[in-house]
Design a protein around this ligand. Structure first.
Ligand code: AMP
Length: 542
């Protein structure tokens, strides 16, 4: 027997409509790339979003079209999230840190129809435009006075488009499983893969966020997403914040410690969200200034493991750390390190031990760990296995990529995260290792296999391996280990020069170590575990 309840579709725009009415005065503050600070409210953003919907339709955007953004965190980017999704199109956020090759691939793979770009990134598009679809429409996210000099033909102006429209627009109804957002993530090998979010998954994820992070997601609180809008929707904040009534303070391009400290002080930010690397800069500035920003009470750290000393530094200045784990394919929140009252009353050292773990799952995410044969392992805090997830905001496959879709989900329909973990009976998760061959540097991925394949194309390289080595600033950095070809010297600069043709600068290994041979596993694969151990022991180049 079915229930007798209305079946209204979940639409992301209902979040903003709700915020405009119920939390209309909550602010959206943005540091702009043109200079200065811009202030608005959810009420005004909602109105402008309806103008934007009219403008998009005039540009020819229809249901299912992909509309790209290449932009920092700011109010126009937020408007695009809702304007695009609201008409049934898909907001495709592009990571400007990708290599030229990856960016060309994803714009073409997504078949973007329009691309909105912040002034900072206009030169990138100008350099790549000949590789993009010929009929791609370019819009600069600025006003007439700041339009850039560029060779991009017919570059449109965002504010001109807005000025030409009225806010007279009703958000259409459509199936709640309609796609609303697209975010590409690096694979262990080959091209990036697209996670395609739906209205339903996004609304549910926003609700999951609000019920899980109640200290900051509430009216009156001010949140700084340092995590970019091009990184899994800034961990869902563009939806969870308006839903809860919390204000958003967008940092634009100013992400260094002094700028973040000043912005947090000026805007009385309570909660700041980002990867460990950005907090190194802020901690440095707090030390230099001799104090934290005055309203700063909470930091959400995710994207990479939060180092214990970092947690300790924040906790010792009465900034509560919430260590969260998730991934692009999970929208992204999986677990959050919110302590219960009993745990919070423990001595500081024990609290910090708990916070160094990745936390417990949020409602809507199921976790299991499995052995090499796919058998479930107990949640006893001892057994370690590959972590699989299932849930309402977890991908069921990748956008236009059947092969990757098939291999990412097991026979029971769970998604393989590529992380290795243990889970305690209380649900506490600890990530212990990574099964996927990827390096995460400053929150961005580098595929070790891709770098290895490129290095093998150098005549002086007979064999090679790339491993992640710990780095105090970037969490991890790639190290290239090379067995030189017969007769070839140890020419590190030439190998790095060769790699730089296809890799972004930050993806290049910092160092090349030459060895006589690479250690192998029983199955004949290069043993990266042994290489990591040798690096730790200092015996790698011996
Ligand atoms: P992304 O899809 O770029 O967000 O990356 C997700 C991956 O980042 C996860 O599968 C983990 O390997 C890693 N990751 C994210 N958060 C954490 C964390 N708190 N601790 C350890 N690894 C993390």
């Amino acid at each position: 027997m079915q229930g007798l309840m209305m079946n209204r579709p979940m639409r992301v725009n209902d979040i903003l409509t709700f915020a405009a009415e119920v939390h209309g005065d909550s602010e959206v503050v943005s540091v702009t790339v043109e200079g200065g600070t811009h202030r608005t409210t959810y009420r005004d953003i909602e109105k402008r979003t309806r103008k934007l919907a009219n403008a998009l339709i005039k540009l020819g955007v229809t249901t299912g079209d992909r509309v790209a953004t290449l932009a920092w965190n700011g109010y126009r980017h937020l408007e695009l999230y809702y304007g695009i999704a609201g008409i049934g199109a898909v907001c495709h956020t592009i990571n400007p840190r990708l290599s030229a090759e990856q960016m060309i691939y994803i714009v073409n793979h997504a078949e973007d129809k329009v691309i909105f770009v912040d002034l900072t990134f206009v030169p990138i598009l100008n350099a790549l435009k000949d590789h993009f679809p010929k009929d791609l429409i370019y819009v600069a996210m600025t006003d007439r006075a700041h339009m850039p000099e560029t060779d991009i033909p017919n570059l449109l102006c965002y504010e001109d488009l807005m000025d030409a429209e009225t806010a007279d627009f009703d958000w259409p109804d459509f199936d709640e499983n309609t796609a609303c957002g697209l975010c590409y993530t690096s694979g262990t090998t080959g091209n990036p893969k697209g996670a395609l979010y739906s209205h339903r998954s996004t609304v549910l994820h926003a609700m999951m966020g609000v019920i899980s992070l109640q200290t900051c997601l509430r009216p009156g609180k001010r949140i700084l997403p340092v995590v970019p809008l091009f990184h899994v929707n800034a961990w869902g904040l563009p939806y969870a914040a308006p839903l809860s009534g919390a204000s958003l303070v967008f940092p634009g391009a100013a992400l260094d410690g002094p700028s973040v400290h000043k912005l947090m002080e000026d805007e009385q930010v309570f909660s700041a969200w980002g990867v460990p690397t950005v907090w190194m800069g802020l901690l440095g500035e707090i030390k230099a200034k001799g104090g934290k920003p005055s309203a700063f009470g909470e930091v959400i750290i995710g994207g990479s493991a939060a180092p214990r000393p970092m947690i300790e530094a924040f906790e010792n200045m009465d900034v509560s750390v919430c260590h969260a784990w998730g991934m692009t394919e999970m929208s992204p929140i999986g677990t959050v390190g919110v302590l219960n009252l009993e745990q919070d009353a423990l001595p500081q050292d024990q609290r910090i031990d708990l916070k160094a773990k990745q936390g417990r799952r949020v409602f809507g995410v199921d976790l299991k760990i499995v052995d090499e044969d796919g058998n479930r392992m107990p949640h006893d805090g001892e057994a370690q296995g590959e972590l699989y997830v299932r849930g309402n905001a977890v991908v069921s496959g990748y956008f236009k990529n059947e092969e990757a879709s098939k291999s990412s989900v097991d026979a029971e329909g769970w998604f393989g995260t590529g992380d290795v973990a243990k889970i305690e009976p209380s649900g506490m998760l600890t990530i212990t290792d990574r099964a996927k061959d990827l390096i995460k540097s400053g929150g961005e991925w580098i595929s070790s296999i891709d770098v290895e394949n490129m290095a093998m194309g150098h005549e002086g390289v007979a064999n090679c391996a790339v491993i992640a080595i710990p780095d105090p600033k970037w969490d991890e950095r790639p190290l290239l280990i090379v067995v030189p070809a017969e007769g070839a010297g140890q020419d590190a600069p030439s190998i790095l020069d060769h790699l730089s043709k296809n890799l972004a600068k930050w993806q290049l290994p910092d160092e090349v170590v030459f060895v006589d041979e690479l250690p192998l596993t029983a199955t004949g694969k290069v043993s990266k575990l042994t290489l990591r151990q040798r690096h730790n022991d200092g015996t790698l180049s011996a």
